[in-house]
Ligand binder design. Structure first.
Ligand code: GLA
Length: 397
């Protein structure tokens, strides 16, 4: 991976993280950890705001990760030090009812411990060192990575068999009910079940997944606009409510159940805003399924065209883009090596994603970074990402 426009907010890449958590564990806890656990962030190639409509998404786990060096303890407490925040935290297992968490990093760990208990899965105490290089608040799912690395650590210390789908649900429950963020399942599931070199087509109703290889000729580029989302929770919840309202009008459990002909025939029953929201979801579902098929056929240009369409739909119908994201996407699309580009994730700030010809990726990164900085007066962080595996664990001898 190479990075242009790196600033202090971007720590070193993941291979170093393994060594850092290992060394810091030995320094602080006297002796070796039993396990090294990692879980990745993600970038979504296509299919946004479809997961909570029971629809389709096509994210990939990325080589930006959170690592945790961990060792079981004899009591039912978790003690953990975060290198990134330079903070210690301890908490007891068997904590009672969830509450609205204060948003600190440790709440994700407590939430996962709580959700595991609620689901009747075993937990046990451990101590650990945690560090990551998934940028926070950029829309690359640092929270999901934190939840999954925690779930993987609990699985390791209790010796239970790792079940990616079940654990993704546990992590989503932690985020919904403990942290208080009403997200869908996409981020947790791809962080749990991603495959190296592949994107993951997820049916968010059945939770069935299909790995879709990223062709060797194409590179996935993340383009961080340097903007961070504000008011995202309220806007996200408002979009969810509008989608549910549209589903009620159509008389179906979720917008997943509305196909394009039905939408066209009955769209006049919706008010203008709800109609536009629903149109995004219905067309985005169709695009996502088609995009996966095109990628499987090696049709990267066709895939890119759907990315471009997705951005227009998110911008105009779902209204979750912002000017900096639109500028970044346009600059990316203008480069000759680009197959397609779109904003990615919840929106309102953060990152765009582009699929580009791998041979010209370096030039793409440099040119688009420079052009964006000139246009917006903001320094972006643009880098090629590799598709990585979902959460994993190694034993330390
Ligand atoms: C956030 C949520 C996901 C998904 C995306 C939009 O990342 O956590 O569940 O809804 O927004 O696609």
């Amino acid at each position: 991976m190479f990075v242009v426009g790196v600033d202090e907010t971007y720590p070193p890449v993941s291979n170093e993280l393994r060594e850092r958590v290992l060394e810091e564990f030995q320094r602080r806890f006297d002796g070796k950890p039993s396990f090294l656990v990692r879980a990745p962030g993600r970038v979504n190639l296509i299919g946004d705001h479809t997961d909570y409509n029971d629809g389709f998404v096509l994210p990939m786990a990325i080589d930006r990760e959170i690592w945790l060096a961990v060792r079981p303890r004899g009591d039912r407490r978790v003690a953990v030090h975060s290198i990134d925040f330079d903070e210690d935290a301890t908490f007891a297992l068997d904590e009672s009812a969830p509450r609205r968490a204060n948003g600190g990093w440790v709440e994700y760990l407590r939430g996962v411990a709580w959700a595991l208990e609620e689901e009747g899965r075993p937990t046990a105490g451990w101590e650990g060192i945690i560090a990551g290089d998934v940028p926070v608040g950029a829309g690359l799912s640092s929270s999901a990575a934190l939840e999954l690395v925690t779930a993987r650590a609990f699985a390791a210390v209790t010796g239970i068999i790792w079940q990616p789908v079940g654990m993704a649900r546990v992590a989503q429950r932690a985020e919904n009910e403990w942290v208080g963020v009403n997200c869908g399942i996409m981020d947790q599931l791809v962080s749990a079940a991603g495959a190296a070199g592949h994107a993951l087509l997820i049916d968010c109703r059945t939770l069935e997944t299909r790995s879709v290889a990223i062709p060797a000729s194409a590179a996935v580029v993340v383009l961080d606009t340097g903007t961070r989302r504000g008011l995202v929770d309220s806007a996200y919840n408002e979009r969810r409510a509008q989608c549910e309202q549209a589903a009620r009008v159509f008389g179906v459990p979720a917008l997943r159940d509305v196909d394009l002909p039905t939408f066209d025939r009955r769209q006049h029953e919706l008010d203008a805003v709800t109609r536009a929201r629903a149109r995004h979801v219905v067309t985005e579902d169709a695009r996502t399924v088609e995009a996966a098929a095109r990628l499987e056929n090696g049709d990267v240009a066709g895939f890119g065209a759907l990315m471009d369409e997705s951005h227009i739909s998110l911008r105009d119908d779902f209204e979750v883009s912002r000017p900096e994201l639109d500028t970044m996407v346009e600059l990316a699309q203008d480069h000759g090596a680009c197959y397609g580009s779109r904003m990615t994730g919840a929106g309102f700030g953060g990152c765009a994603v582009a699929l580009v010809a791998r041979d010209d990726a370096e030039d793409f990164v440099r040119s688009v970074s420079r052009a964006y900085e000139t246009a917006q007066g903001l320094r972006p962080t643009v880098y090629v990402c590799e598709a990585s595996a979902g959460a994993s664990v190694e034993s330390v001898d």
